[in-house]
Design a protein around this ligand. Structure first.
Ligand SMILES: Cc1ncc(COP(=O)(O)O)c(C=O)c1O
Length: 473
């Protein structure tokens, strides 16, 4: 086992021992109620001091992964969602699991696709895309013959740093931007740098489930922060930061997925102050900012940060070109150095051709002019769903932007049963419990209204409401 050095304080030896034990449990080699090796035996096997193993067992016991029988030793706890401290916080800890239920649902071919928060490709100006592709090959004939720099094409980073300044008041140099292959890669890279086994991470409740799956795979403990139409309860967040010392808070505060809520401006500045005080990175995932229906949303948290505690992830997948997988991550040095190294290890740079096509397509007057129409189209889609749900007795807060409606069903209807029935009828949605770090929220569901065409959307929602009616107890 690798000894922790001064430079590796973030991953001390007892944590590596925890990781070893959890790995064996995860692989099923040590099952529920199995007796674990004695401290002496494990210390000999791993060539570490007995106290290190003792500390690892103590941490795992406190976390509910392991239990002690008097005079008999340590045993594997049943279930993988054991409580850490008797409260519901941190309850959704499922370390080392490789799951992605969202993707499992989205991979099912269905006629009425309401599980995918993507825009109907027919709403994008596809016809003109070939003009930009041709332009790129004319301007850069050798574009296919070279790598991008790891950090991303300089011309694109210069353009985006100006764009972020003009649009969102962000003060950024091109050196403070990294281009990744989608927001998902950015979340992955950041988790890989920041999180180790047993680290605490704050996540909104509910949240984007793939981010939770990434953090769980890193072995982190998820601590839920409730998000409501009014934003966060900052006193509660401060208490969580004080008590749990989280390494980071992953947030999607603007037209939030799945709820559509937007955290008000006054909370943004205060949250950045909390992050500084408690040394907790804020990872601000912001893919829906430009999809607003009325007023523009407040500036990103990043705009209030002067000390480098916010990492800003701006994906263009949602409304420019999902197929290009272009996302910009903004952060300050020295974190940027670590991010560039992580990116170099992941794929050595996002494909240059995609970056150049994106640059010319995104900055074109045609696409920028198109955005206004796209917002109107999305609002119409949202209103179609609201009209069809109006008589169903379901509850939701009308979102001011984004691609999803977060809906609460009456107790008399089981969302799980509705999911099974609707999948049989070729209708998909996301059950709320998948988005909940505690795995509860069983009366909720997420309907994405952006992917299906208007006619399909209306018909599919009508059928869904009818199915729910048949299930009502
Ligand atoms: C909040 C959030 N973050 C990130 C992503 C993934 O974005 P990308 O396609 O850029 O990887 C999604 C996709 O649904 C999302 O909803």
């Amino acid at each position: 086992m690798k000894k922790a050095t001064g430079a590796d304080q973030s991953h001390p030896l007892f944590r590596q021992v925890c990781e070893f034990i959890l790995n064996r449990m995860q692989r099923g080699e040590w099952k529920a109620h199995d007796k674990l090796p004695s401290i002496r035996l494990l210390a000999e096997e791993l060539k570490v001091h007995r106290l290190t193993v003792f500390k690892a067992y103590r941490v795992l016991t406190e976390d509910g992964k392991v239990y002690v029988k008097d005079k008999s030793g340590y045993y594997v706890s049943p279930g993988d969602r054991a409580l850490g401290d008797g409260s519901s916080e941190g309850a959704a800890v499922s370390t080392y699991s490789l799951t992605n239920p969202l993707s499992d649902i989205q991979r099912m071919p269905v006629q009425y696709q309401f599980s995918q928060a993507l825009i109907d490709p027919n709403l994008l100006p596809n016809l003109f895309l070939s003009d930009y592709v041709k332009k790129v090959f004319d301007l850069y004939p050798k574009v296919m013959g070279t790598y991008s720099s790891v950090q991303g094409d300089e011309e694109l980073r210069e353009t985006l740093s100006r764009h972020f300044h003009d649009q969102h008041r962000l003060q950024l140099s091109p050196q403070e931007l990294l281009i990744t292959s989608g927001a998902q890669q950015a979340i992955n890279l950041i988790a890989g740098i920041v999180l180790g086994p047993m680290d605490n991470v704050l996540v909104e409740r509910p949240t984007y489930s793939v981010a939770m799956d990434i953090f769980r795979r890193a072995g982190a403990r998820l601590i839920p922060v409730e998000i409501t139409p009014q934003g966060y309860d900052l006193e509660a967040v401060e208490e969580l930061m004080r008590r749990h010392k989280p390494r980071m808070f992953y947030m999607n505060p603007t037209h939030h997925n799945p709820t559509g809520y937007t955290v008000p401006a006054r909370q943004r500045k205060l949250m950045v102050e909390l992050a500084e005080r408690y040394r907790c990175l804020l990872v601000e995932d912001d893919p829906f900012r430009d999809m607003y229906f009325g007023e523009k949303p407040p500036p990103p948290f990043f705009a209030y940060d002067t000390e480098g505690w916010v990492i800003y992830i701006s994906s263009f997948s949602k409304y420019v070109a999902p197929g290009l997988r272009i996302c910009a991550v903004a952060c300050r040095y020295p974190f940027m150095e670590r991010l560039i190294t992580a990116k170099s290890l992941a794929d050595n740079g996002t494909p240059l051709l995609n970056q150049k096509i994106f640059l010319h397509y995104y900055t074109s007057p045609r696409l920028q002019g198109h955005l206004g129409k796209l917002r109107i189209a999305l609002q119409v889609h949202k209103e179609i769903v609201e009209e069809e749900l109006a008589s169903a007795g379901w509850e939701w807060t009308a979102p001011e932007g984004g691609l999803n409606l977060w809906v609460k069903l009456p107790e008399s209807i089981s969302v799980a049963a509705l999911f099974d029935r609707s999948m049989e009828q070729s209708i998909s949605f996301i059950p709320g419990e998948i988005c909940d770090p505690l795995g509860e929220m069983k009366s909720w569901l997420r309907l994405s209204y952006s992917f299906a065409s208007e006619g399909v959307l209306r018909e599919g929602i009508r059928r869904l409401v009818m199915l729910a009616g048949q299930l009502e107890k």
